[in-house]
Write a protein that binds this ligand. Structure first.
Ligand SMILES: *Cc1c(COP(=O)(O)O)cnc(C)c1O
Length: 353
C-alpha cells in the first residue's frame, strides 16, 4: 500500500473538469481576450525573453511597478501563480497544528481546503442571513489567541457582497492576528473600499490581488500580495526559488503597464451585471443578491432543474450542490452582451413553463 501523507485521503478536491460550453459563465473569468493593443505589445515583449535564464529581473521589475503604483516598496510585494498560490502559502505559513484560520461562510470554497492542507483548524464564521458581513461577530471569533490568520473576501465570492471599508477598518483595528483581505474582485467594486487604504496604518494586514478576473489573465496565473515587508519575507520562504515563470511574469507586467486599457471593459461588465440583476429580479421566484463583482448569486427554488436546462443548451453556470447555505443558489458570471441576452431568454422561458 502506498504511504501517503496523513489526511491526504480525506482532502476534498476542487473539481475543475469542464465540458466545452457554448456560453461559459461559470468561473467569473473575463468574457473578452486581451485588448488588441495590449496583445501587440505583449507579443513583442515575449519575443525578447531570455528562455535560457532563470527569471529574476523580470520578477523584480513587476514587483517594482506594482509597488510604485501603490506607494510602497518592492519588499512589500510577493508575486505568485495566481492569488490562489498566495492564499495557499499564507495558510501554510500561518497554519499548522493548533493554529486556527478564520474565514466567512459562505465564501470561497478553497479556504476550507487550504486550511486542511495546512493542517490548521479551519473556522467558518457565518455571514448574516442576507450574506452581509458581520464585523462584530468576526472580531469576536478572531479574538482567540489560537487564531493565526483571519481571511475576509471583499467583495465576497460567491455571494457578490461588497463590504464597506469602515467594517474592514473595524476588524483591522480590533484584531492582532494576520488579516488577509482577498480582493480578487475589487476592480469591480471601488478602490475606496480596498484595504490597501489601511496598509500604512495596520501592520498585520495583507491584501491579495489577482490578474485573473478584471484583467482577463486567468490562463497566465499571476496574483500578488501587498503587506508589511516582514510578512512578505516570511511567506517568501515557503516558495521555491524562481517560482514564477518568465512568460507569466512579463505578461502580467505588460498588462499592468497598460491597465487603463481595461477600464472600459470593467465598466461594461458592471453595467451588464446591473442589467442582468434588474432583469432576473423581475422573474417569478428569483432572489438576486446585491453584487459588487462580475457575477450574480441568485436563489431560485427550482435551481437544480434550471441548471440542468442551461447545461443542455451549452450554457455553463455554477451551482453549489449542497454547500453550506447555498442550496438552490446559482452563480452566474457576466458574459458579453449577446451571451447575457441569450441566458436571460433561456431562464425566462424556463420560469414561464
Ligand atoms: C478567482 C478567485 C481567486 C484566485 O484567482 P487566481 O486565478 O488564483 O488568482 C481568489 N479568491 C477568490 C475569492 C476568487 O474568486
Amino acid at each position: 500500500m502506498l504511504n501517503y501523507r496523513t489526511h491526504l485521503a480525506d482532502m476534498p478536491s476542487y473539481d475543475v473538469t469542464e465540458r466545452e460550453w457554448r456560453i461559459k459563465i461559470n468561473a467569473n473569468e473575463s468574457n473578452l481576450n486581451l485588448p488588441p493593443v495590449v496583445e501587440d505589445r505583449l507579443m513583442g515583449r515575449l519575443s525578447r525573453v531570455a528562455f535560457n535564464r532563470y527569471p529574476n529581473e523580470e520578477y523584480d521589475a513587476l514587483r517594482e511597478q506594482i509597488a510604485a503604483a501603490n506607494n510602497c516598496a518592492k519588499e512589500n510585494i510577493l508575486l505568485a501563480s495566481g492569488s490562489s498560490e498566495i492564499i495557499e502559502k499564507l495558510f501554510y505559513g500561518f497554519g499548522g497544528i493548533n493554529h486556527k484560520i478564520l474565514y466567512p461562510e459562505p465564501s470561497f470554497s478553497m479556504y476550507r481546503i487550504y486550511a486542511k492542507a495546512a493542517e490548521a483548524d479551519g473556522v467558518p464564521v457565518a455571514l448574516n442571513d442576507d450574506y452581509t458581513f458581520n464585523a462584530a461577530k468576526f472580531v469576536a471569533a478572531a479574538n482567540d489567541n489560537t487564531v493565526a490568520l483571519a481571511v475576509v473576501c471583499n467583495p465576497n465570492n460567491p455571494t457578490g457582497t461588497g463590504i464597506p471599508l469602515a467594517d474592514i477598518k473595524y476588524v483591522a483595528d480590533n484584531t492582532e492576528c494576520a488579516l488577509l483581505l482577498d480582493e480578487a474582485y475589487m476592480e469591480f467594486f471601488s478602490a475606496d473600499n480596498s484595504a490597501l487604504n489601511l496598509l500604512p496604518t495596520h501592520k498585520n494586514l495583507i491584501v491579495a490581488r489577482t490578474f485573473s478576473k478584471a484583467y482577463g489573465l486567468a490562463a497566465v496565473r499571476v496574483g500578488y500580495m501587498i503587506a508589511d515587508a516582514d510578512i512578505v519575507a516570511a511567506i517568501e520562504k515557503t516558495f521555491m526559488p524562481y517560482h514564477l515563470n518568465v512568460l507569466s511574469t512579463v505578461t502580467a507586467d505588460i498588462v499592468y503597464q497598460m491597465r487603463d486599457e481595461f477600464a472600459p471593459r470593467i465598466s461594461q461588465a458592471i453595467a451588464e451585471r446591473k442589467r442582468m440583476a434588474a432583469a432576473l429580479s423581475n422573474l417569478n421566484g428569483f432572489t438576486v443578491y446585491p453584487s459588487e463583482t462580475n457575477f450574480l448569486l441568485v436563489h431560485y427554488d427550482k435551481a437544480v432543474a434550471l441548471n440542468e436546462c442551461l447545461t443542455q443548451r451549452g450554457i455553463g453556470i455554477r451551482s453549489f450542490g449542497n454547500a453550506p447555505r447555498l442550496s438552490n443558489c446559482l452563480r452566474i458570471s457576466v458574459g458579453q452582451r449577446t451571451e447575457n441576452d441569450e441566458v436571460l431568454r433561456v431562464i425566462k422561458e424556463f420560469t414561464e413553463v
